[in-house]
Design a protein around this ligand. Structure first.
Ligand code: BES
Ligand code: MN
Ligand code: MN
Length: 457
C-alpha cells in the first residue's frame, strides 16, 4: 500500500486539477444546447486515458453521444476488469439555488461543489487516475478495459446497441463501477443491488383551448384537477401502489435478508435533519432501507399545466402534464410495468378528459452477487483502505446498463461507489468530498491486486 499513498501524495494537486478541468465541461446529455460541450468532454476523457497509459483509445461514435473506450492488456492469461462510468451529467437547474456556478468547481470545507462532482465524473475519474498510478508504479496486476459513456443520465440507449455490437472487445471477467454511494466514511459499504426503472409522461386534455376560469369554471372539467386526483389515487392509505398487478412479480425478501438490510447503521433523526422534514413517508410495514432498496415505488418527477408565470392569470387550462417514474425491484420487468401503468391510467380517466401516456426510458433491476471473487476483492480492498469491512446494502438508484451487461455479455458487476446520499446528486450544489476522491484512488488499485490474486488461486 506504501507505493499507493506515496504516489497520491506526490501528485495530490495535479490529481485534483485534472478532475476540476473535467468538471468545467457542461456535459449535460439531456439538453441539446450543450451538444458541443458533451462532445468535447468525450475527447478530453479519451486524451486523459491515453496520457494515463491506455492503448486502443477510441471515441466510438453512436447515434447519440460517443462512448470512450480504452484498454491495457498486459497478459491474456490474466483476468480482465471492465470499468464503466459516465461523463454526462444531469441538467444543473434550478441555477439560482447554486451557491457557486455548477460548472466552476469550487472547494468549500474540503468538498468539491460542481455538477457531476460525484455523479459520475469524480467517481469514474478515480479509475483513470488509479490506472495511471498502477502504470507509473508498475503494479497493474490484470488487464483493464474502460468504457465511459455519455448518455447514462438519459437512459443509455445507444450504449445498449454498442454492447451488443462489441461483445468480443468488451470481454471481461467483471464489470467494476463507481457510481453509487456508501453509508458514510465511518461505515463503508458496497451496494449489492440497483432498482429498475419505468419512466413515462402523461398528458390530460380537457377543453380545446385555455378558458376563462370564471366564465367556464364549474361547468367544464379542469385537467389539472383531474390529473391531480388521478395521481393521488395511485397510492392507497398504506402508500401501496394501486396499479393492478404491480406487485405480482415482486420477490419478497426472506426474514434473514430483511434483518441483514436493517442491520446497517441508520440514524433517522440525522436523515430527517439533512432533508429538513419532520416526518418520513412510505409503504406501511417497511423500514427506510427496505423502502428505498427493496421495494418498488412510484414518483411524480414533475407536474405542470395552465398558468405558471409571474402574478395571477385566471384560466382553466386546456391541458395538464406529469412526468412519472416507477422504481422496480427483482423480478419486475420495465416494459410490463409501463404497460400496466398505461392501461390503469387510461382506465381511471373520467370521460370529461382525454389521456395519453408516452413511455420514456426504462431499465431492469439487478442484484449483484456477494460470494464472487470480485466482490471479495472489493471487500478486501475497502477493509484495507478504510480499516473496516464494508457493509452490503441495496441501493435505490438505477444504472440500467448493469442488467444488460449481465444479459448480453454474461458479466456480473461490482458496485464500488464512494459517494454519499447527501452529496446532492441531481440536486443543486452537488458535491464530492476531496477525501473520498483520494480514498477511491487508493482503494481501486487494491481491488485490482486482490482480484488478480484471488483469481489465480
Ligand atoms: N449514479 C446514478 C444512480 C445511483 C445513484 C445509483 C445513487 C445508486 C445510488 C445514475 O447516474 C442515475 O442517476 N441513474 C438514473 C437512471 C437513468 C436512467 C436516468 C436514476 O437512478 O434516476
Ligand atoms: Mn451516475
Ligand atoms: Mn445520475
Amino acid at each position: 500500500m506504501q507505493h499507493i499513498t506515496a504516489y497520491i501524495d506526490q501528485n495530490k494537486e495535479r490529481l485534483l486539477d485534472e478532475l476540476f478541468a473535467l468538471l468545467r465541461f457542461p456535459s449535460v446529455s439531456a439538453d441539446p444546447k450543450y451538444k458541443a460541450d458533451v462532445l468535447k468532454t468525450a475527447e478530453f476523457v479519451a486524451q486523459k486515458l491515453r496520457e494515463s497509459g491506455a492503448d486502443e483509445v477510441e471515441v466510438c461514435q453512436t447515434a447519440g453521444y460517443p462512448i470512450v473506450y480504452g484498454e491495457k492488456i498486459i497478459d491474456s492469461s490474466r483476468p480482465t476488469v471492465l470499468v464503466y462510468g459516465h461523463y454526462d451529467v444531469q441538467p444543473p437547474d434550478p441555477l439560482e439555488l447554486w451557491k457557486t456556478p455548477p460548472f466552476e468547481p469550487t472547494v468549500r470545507d474540503g468538498k468539491i461543489y460542481a455538477r457531476g462532482a460525484c455523479d459520475d465524473k469524480g467517481q469514474f475519474y478515480m479509475h483513470v487516475k488509479a490506472f495511471e498510478l498502477m502504470m507509473q508504479t508498475n503494479t497493474l496486476p490484470c488487464n483493464i478495459k474502460f468504457m465511459i459513456e455519455g448518455e447514462e443520465e438519459v437512459g443509455s440507449n445507444n450504449l445498449g446497441i454498442f454492447v451488443k455490437q462489441n461483445k468480443e472487445r468488451l470481454k471481461a471477467d467483471v464489470v467494476l463501477i463507481s457510481d453509487t454511494a456508501m453509508i458514510s466514511m465511518e461505515h463503508p459499504s458496497l451496494e449489492t443491488g440497483l432498482r429498475g426503472l419505468s419512466y413515462l409522461e402523461v398528458e390530460v386534455t380537457g377543453p380545446n383551448r385555455d378558458l376563462h376560469s370564471g366564465v367556464y369554471g364549474g361547468a367544464v372539467a379542469n385537467p389539472a384537477t383531474i390529473l391531480a386526483k388521478m395521481i393521488a389515487s395511485l397510492h392507497d392509505e398504506n402508500n401501496h401502489i394501486t396499479i393492478p398487478g404491480f406487485y405480482d412479480k415482486v420477490i419478497e425478501l426472506t426474514e434473514a435478508e430483511r434483518k441483514a438490510i436493517n442491520n446497517a447503521p441508520y440514524d433517522e433523526d440525522e436523515y430527517k435533519k439533512d432533508l429538513d422534514v419532520t416526518e418520513l413517508w412510505g409503504e406501511t410495514g417497511y423500514t427506510t432501507f427496505e423502502r428505498t432498496g427493496t421495494r418498488p415505488t412510484l414518483e411524480v418527477n414533475g407536474i405542470w399545466g395552465g398558468y405558471t408565470g409571474e402574478g395571477a392569470k385566471t384560466v382553466l387550462p386546456s391541458k395538464a402534464f406529469a412526468k412519472i417514474s416507477m422504481r422496480l425491484v427483482p423480478n419486475q420487468v420495465s416494459d410490463e410495468i409501463t404497460e400496466l401503468f398505461t392501461k390503469h391510467f387510461e382506465s381511471i380517466a373520467p370521460k370529461s378528459v382525454k389521456v395519453t401516456v408516452k413511455p420514456h426510458h426504462g431499465g431492469e433491476p439487478v442484484v449483484t452477487p456477494t460470494d464472487s471473487i470480485a466482490y471479495r476483492a472489493a471487500e478486501k480492498a475497502i477493509t484495507e483502505s478504510f480499516g473496516k469491512a464494508p457493509i452490503p446494502t441495496r441501493g435505490g438508484g438505477s444504472i440500467p446498463i448493469v442488467a444488460l451487461f449481465e444479459a448480453e455479455l454474461g458479466i456480473k458487476t461490482v458496485l464500488m461507489g464512494f459517494g454519499l446520499d447527501s452529496d446532492a446528486l441531481h440536486s443543486p450544489n452537488e458535491k464530492y468530498d476531496i477525501f473520498n476522491y483520494y480514498k477511491g484512488i487508493e482503494t481501486i488499485p487494491l481491488f485490482h491486486k486482490y482480484f488478480a490474486e484471488l483469481s489465480a488461486e
